[in-house]
Design a protein around this ligand. Structure first.
Ligand code: CA2
Length: 146
């Protein structure tokens, strides 16, 4: 069966391209979906890309991966939850699949509160500051590890 990668996006990423192009570029959320799907397809894999502004929904999706064994790897841009959510980091270890953390911007070159991630310690890899191309690299690596 083709490797399956679940790509999760946290709060406000649906607004990409609408505000703050100087930080996040001019790409839209639809462009993220296209980058992920193309990267997966190039490797004979499948990427399912989702976004939510509701932390409970995000955690529910992660629990479903554990229950249904529906994906081989997770790529996640947790957005602001990166810096705030122990609950999300705890959930991400439950499915026992490799997790890759993506940030569009270089969080380390921004405000101090963005320098800490609750997700990085449990991630197999972290990519930041490569714009939406970072998603393509993460999906590629997720397929390697699937
Ligand atoms: O660089 C990233 O990908 C971030 O995960 C994006 C998050 C931010 O909280 C993280 O520190 C870094 C914010 C996503 C919000 O995206 C917006 C989109 C349009 C307008 C404003 C924000």
């Amino acid at each position: 069966m083709s490797p399956r990668v679940l790509v999760l996006n946290g709060p406000n990423l649906n607004m990409l391209g609408v505000r703050q192009p100087e930080v996040y570029g001019r790409n839209s959320y639809a462009d993220i979906v296209a980058v992920c799907e193309r990267a997966a397809e190039a490797r004979g894999a499948v990427a399912e890309v989702r976004q939510t502004n509701d932390e409970a929904e995000m955690i529910g999706w992660i629990h479903a991966v554990a229950r249904e064994k529906s994906f081989d790897a997770i790529v996640i841009n947790p957005a602001a939850w990166t810096h705030t959510s122990v609950a999300l980091a705890d959930a991400l270890v439950i499915p026992e699949v490799p997790v890759f953390e993506v940030h569009i911007s270089n969080v380390h070159a921004r405000e101090a509160f963005r320098h800490h991630s609750y997700v990085s310690p449990i991630a197999a890899g972290v990519i930041a500051g490569f714009g939406i191309a970072g998603y393509g690299h993460a999906v590629d690596r997720a397929v390697d590890r699937a």
